[in-house]
Design a protein around this ligand. Sequence first.
Ligand SMILES: Nc1ncnc2c1ncn2[C@@H]1O[C@H](COP(=O)(O)OP(=O)(O)OP(=O)(O)O)[C@@H](O)[C@H]1O
Length: 269
Amino acid sequence: MLEVHQLDFAYGKKRVLHQIDLQAQPGEVISLLGPNGSGKSTLLRNLAGLLKPDAGTITLRGDPLKKLGRREIARQLSFLPQGQEPVQHMNVWELVARGRSPHQRAGWMMNSQDRETVQWALDYMALSHLAHRNVADLSGGERQRAWIAMVLAQDTQLVLLDEPVTYLDIKHQWDVLEVIQDLKDSFHKTVITVFHDLNHAMAVSDRVYLLRQGEVFAQGPPETVITHSAMHDAYGIHAQVCRVQHCCHPVVVPAGIKPGKCRRNKAAG
Ligand SMILES: Nc1ncnc2c1ncn2[C@@H]1O[C@H](COP(=O)(O)OP(=O)(O)OP(=O)(O)O)[C@@H](O)[C@H]1O
């Protein structure tokens, strides 16, 4: 589906990504993890074709990404950026409908299938009741869900999400995690997503890529990558990775910056 080989990227003289190799198979959920500034968003923007690598290759279904035009890329992949552009004078339905534009010829009106897809995306994100509300008047979480609905309306085989659960309350965070799982299970889509919460990555990923200072520090199934020692080496924290009864995946419990400290016990004692 998507293959990245030895990708380097710099902003001017500032090298940000170095020798990145990444493969995503059809129907796979991949999470990009790593500390602030490790290059996750920059990598995703390279994968979306919004930034051009200085070296290395990105191929999408066997075609070099750099040879594809913007419209062709937008038919094959959708991208939810971190912190979306502000939109004025547009309601939720109109925003979500923007997801259909790569599928339309210039000057062509939306057809009934486009309208059905927009309505499906609104229903799927439980936003139908807000369809006529101005996007600028939504709460941060509602706005985030509207943008995710736009990405879904684009209906691409590859979905790139940069911190999709930011701004969402715990219920809506898990709703979005279920959407990601469903995109894979029901629609066989490939999802590459950035998470900060390692438990979110544990819950939905087939594989994770842990970045550190612009390089892939580790990659593989989440249980093999998200370990006590990797958390220490990549993030500089001590964290326990525990099995919890009734929980179907391990959970990460940060234990502090220094080993052996338990702040709550200290306060109580
Ligand atoms: N437009 C830019 N020009 C110059 N440097 C940039 C630019 N965008 C990002 N950077 C730098 O590139 C590095 C990687 O940034 P990036 O946003 O990819 O990291 P990240 O892992 O997504 O971080 P975060 O978790 O904080 O979102 C950082 O040092 C950042 O300051």
